[in-house]
Design a protein around this ligand. Structure first.
Ligand code: B12
Ligand code: SF4
Length: 459
């Protein structure tokens, strides 16, 4: 089987954990697997995909919304040049949009978490007997949807991502090289309207501390990792568990070899001194706090269940303990006004954080926000099918009917400028870079952020 992650345009590139988990299950079940990550492939993605597809009867395509465009082009190419191949899609995009894919672009779509289905596909179980798949009926008249299996509770039972399949690829992530990603839990109990729960659901499921530590040890010993990025939706949600992970890191001496970052955002209302101290001891150096808005009404409309009054203390505490701290904000929600955009800029600038990211809101299918935005003008609509969409390629659109794209762009630009022009921010960042030691990669990161900002302003 060939598993492909379609190409996407983003200047930093991460190992795709979902597709690598599927590959690991397939390998464990005896399949011969080739893996192509279009994000990092050298040369032309489609030529490489063509040459690998010629060797396999089944092609798996892994896609989130920003890979939809190139995934569809890839499927078209396979259909026309290798019409006998079975095309199997998995990931958030096909799980939401399977009706648009079958039969033209897909024979089978694996819905949600895919490891159970992957094991069955590897064992050649008849498709009718596999739970959690959508496929084209044998009489070619309709799409059949087999109900999804329960979420996987025993996450320790899953094999570690099949990293050996990407040994030749070079991922570009700022940090102490080489940088690897992990996920220590699945599911999130919150209901933010901008976020889809279609893959991992609302029940918070965790890997055991032992299992997480074993994977860290493997990344350090086998792959000589220098830094680990934990992409959990909510690493600090269960503070006692996070503390146990930190204690285990220290006990195994992993803090001597690895350093850790939390780039996916942690809850702004979890402020636990003991936890933050233990994290520092375990060599966590970077965390982003997900604030999203400086206006409580906007936060409430976002259904984020966050009391804004708690943000400042959490950010202060992280900064005092020596973390490099980032802030996430969303700009242009349907409930934003010019006033709330200004508030975001002022609030962020008042905090002692080192970085702030003011993202242009893009409502994606599978979220409540998408449904809300369909009533607004200037909506994202289905542009993701025809172009790359992500925060590196700002769309020049606005999801807020009352805030035109150019005005939104101005406020995004202004918020960044206000943030970096205040509180000696630039000098404090440089100071951090000197202490952290990987100046070149960090400066490259800042430079690219600046370029991205200019590009955002330009559109
Ligand atoms: C890490 C991450 C990133 C990283 C790295 C992404 C990468 N390329 O690996 C960065 C920061 C770059 C990123 C960026 C974006 N991300 Co992101 N990201 C995540 C995050 C937090 C974890 C992904 C992960 O590893 N999950 C763990 C694995 C095990 O789950 P999985 O990937 O879903 O894989 C499972 C299934 O999907 C399925 N499956 C996946 N592939 C395949 C293939 C086959 C053949 C089969 C059978 C099954 C299968 O089985 C897997 C195992 O169970 C998820 C949220 C989440 N918790 O999943 C969001 C998420 C994937 N991101 C999302 C979004 C929207 C984006 C952006 C578009 C944001 C933006 N506005 O720009 C960009 C797109 C950039 C890009 N081109 O990828 C959305 C996707 C929504 C959608 N409709 O597609 C998610 C789901 C967040 C959310 N809850 O809304 N992201
Ligand atoms: S945005 Fe974060 S906290 Fe909110 S539902 Fe999604 S993963 Fe959970």
């Amino acid at each position: 089987m060939l598993i492909v992650v379609p190409e996407y345009k983003l200047w930093f590139k991460f190992q795709p954990l979902g597709a690598l988990s599927i590959a690991a299950v397939m390998v464990k079940n005896g399949l011969d697997v080739d893996f192509l990550d279009g994000a990092v492939v050298k040369g032309d993605f489609f030529s490489k995909a063509r040459s690998l597809a010629s060797k396999h009867s089944r092609i798996g395509i892994s896609a989130n919304v920003s890979q939809a465009h190139s995934g569809l082009k890839l499927a078209e190419m396979i259909r026309s040049e290798f019409p006998d191949r079975t095309i199997i899609w998995g990931g958030p995009f096909p799980t939401i949009e399977y009706e648009k894919l079958i039969p033209e672009y897909a024979d089978v779509v694996v819905l949600g978490e895919g490891e159970i289905q992957a094991a069955s596909l590897a064992k050649a179980v008849p498709i009718e007997d596999i739970p959690g798949v959508a496929y084209w009926s044998s009489d070619k008249r309709e799409i059949v949807v087999n109900p999804r299996p329960p979420f996987i509770d025993d996450l320790d039972s899953l094999p570690f991502p099949a990293l050996h399949l990407i040994a030749g690829f070079r991922y570009r992530v700022p940090g102490k090289q080489p940088v690897f990603s992990i996920i220590t839990e699945r599911g999130c109990p919150y209901h933010c309207v901008n976020c889809t729960k279609i893959i991992h659901g609302n029940r918070f499921r965790t890997r055991s501390v032992e299992n997480v530590l074993n994977e860290l040890e493997r990344l350090s010993d086998e792959f000589k990792a220098g830094e680990i990025h934990i992409w959990d939706d909510n690493f600090t949600l269960l503070p006692e568990r996070a503390k146990d992970i930190c204690r285990g890191i220290v006990e195994r001496g992993l803090n001597e070899k690895l350093r850790f970052a939390l780039p996916n955002g942690i809850r702004a209302d979890i402020n636990d001194d003991e936890l933050f101290n233990l994290m520092r001891k375990a060599n966590f150096y970077f965390a982003i706090v997900a604030v999203e808005s400086a206006d409580q009404n906007v936060i409430d409309s976002l259904e984020k269940d966050l009391d804004l009054r708690k943000v400042e203390a959490t950010v202060n505490s992280l900064v005092e303990k020596g973390f490099r701290v980032g802030l996430f904000f969303m700009m242009g929600l349907p409930f934003d006004t010019i006033e709330t955009l200004r508030k975001n800029a002022v609030f962020a600038a008042s905090l002692p954080a080192h970085h702030a990211y003011f993202f242009r809101v893009t409502p994606f299918p599978g979220t409540k926000l998408y449904e809300m935005s369909q009533t607004a003008e200037n909506t994202t609509s289905e542009a993701y099918l025809t172009d790359f969409i992500n925060y590196d390629r700002p769309s020049g659109r606005s999801a807020n009917a009352n805030i035109p794209p150019r005005v939104l762009t101005f406020h995004i630009w202004r918020a960044h400028l206000m943030f970096y022009a205040t509180r000696w921010r630039v000098f404090r960042i440089l100071g951090k870079f000197i202490v952290e030691g990987n100046m070149a990669s960090n400066l490259r990161f800042l430079f690219k952020c600046g370029i991205r900002l200019l590009f955002t302003c330009h559109r």
